[in-house]
Ligand binder design. Structure first.
Ligand code: MRU
Length: 349
């Protein structure tokens, strides 16, 4: 029998924004934070697909874990019908295009069912929980490895949200930053607000406040002035997909920060588990960049910011060339240029 209990809730695992009891998924609704802490219950696969597409749950590792649990829910719905289950997995995989963790998790779920007649919820649950558990462990290792790179007295700037909300555990970049803060290595922490969806000011600020770590939010346009003032020694971000050559796809605005960091002598660290590495993408320009509805710009966070219907260009990720990245921290170690991630190929399905 598979252990159905929630054994992920130890404090050292971060807080759990994704809970699954074997049948029903509970997701902390990231669309309404920090105003409300409200949970969405989902017990059918279409609900899981909508939750990923609508950003109820977001962040590359978190959507991979959610999709894996979605595959278990689909198996309960499609008893004995592997064809229909496979169709559900294709739809889960297409819920968002850019983060490779989503297709990586779905590939793992497909692989465990390769030789079966029908989807077996118990086998799938064990695999989904393994994906979740491995992410928690990777987060912890990366927090330790990454925080060791940071010299005492460093100002740190981060972008988007990369903490417990975005992962299975304590986070990627935010896990490193929190560990560095606890070791007394940071002098100041800055969170970029991250337009238009405000993952930085709504979610990262909420996580830092919850952890009791002092930090400041800045508007994106303040990053250059902040660096020119010598207040940033490290820019630290996560990633949605890292190409074989080390190009980093991440939240729109990451590339600008990397350029600014190079101009001002700050270092640029990317923190991501190997599930984010895509050895099949030779370089970042091959990655599909998600374009979202312009209304996310017109009415960001419920405010009217531009006339409705005004034309907009709203790519939600960009590509930071590998030459601007000083190090990439994964659970397998700290990588420095020149990058070559072909070694992760064995993990693909
Ligand atoms: O559109 P989002 O909010 O899902 O984008 C998330 C990011 O870009 C994160 O930086 C990335 O997933 C790394 S999170 C551990």
């Amino acid at each position: 029998m598979v252990d159905m209990s929630d054994d992920f809730s130890a404090p050292e695992n971060g807080f759990q924004a994704i809970r699954f009891d074997g049948r029903c998924l509970e997701l902390l609704d990231q669309r309404v934070l920090p105003v409300r802490e409200s949970w969405l219950s989902v017990d059918h696969v279409d609900g899981v697909i909508d939750a990923i597409a609508d950003l109820v749950v977001r962040g590359a590792p978190a959507i991979g874990i959610t999709a894996a649990y979605g595959a278990v829910i689909a198996a309960h719905q499609r008893v004995g019908d592997i064809r229909a289950w496979r169709g559900d997995l294709n739809r889960l995989e297409s819920a968002r295009p850019t983060a490779v963790n989503l297709s990586w998790a779905i590939a793992r779920m497909r692989r465990v069912m390769e030789s079966a007649d029908g989807p077996d919820p118990e086998v799938l649950l064990a695999e989904a929980r393994a994906i979740h558990r491995e992410d928690i462990a990777a987060n912890r290792t990366m927090a330790e490895l990454g925080s060791e790179q940071i010299d005492a007295g460093s100002g740190v700037l981060t972008h988007c949200n990369t903490g417990s909300l975005a992962t299975g555990g304590i986070g990627t970049a935010l896990g490193v930053i929190m560990a560095a803060a606890r070791k007394g290595r940071t002098t100041a922490i800055y969170a970029d607000e991250t337009r238009p969806w405000l993952q930085g000011s709504r979610l990262t600020a909420w996580e830092l406040a919850r952890a009791g770590i002092e930090a400041r939010v800045i508007v994106e346009g303040a990053a250059a002035a902040l660096m020119a003032a010598g207040r940033v020694q490290w820019v630290i971000t996560g990633s949605d997909r890292i190409a074989a050559n080390g190009d980093v796809v991440n939240k729109i605005g990451t590339y600008s920060l990397a350029v600014l960091a190079r101009q001002h002598g700050a270092r640029f660290m990317v923190v991501a588990p190997t599930s984010t590495v895509d050895p099949l993408m030779a370089s970042g320009d091959q990655v599909a960049i998600e374009q979202r509805d312009p209304s996310e710009i017109w009415r960001a966070a419920g405010m009217q910011n531009a006339p409705d219907g005004f034309l907009a260009w709203n790519p939600v990720f960009d590509v930071t060339p590998a030459e601007l990245v000083d190090c990439i921290v994964t659970e397998q170690g700290v990588f420095t240029p020149p990058y070559s991630f072909r070694m992760a190929e064995k993990g693909r399905g």
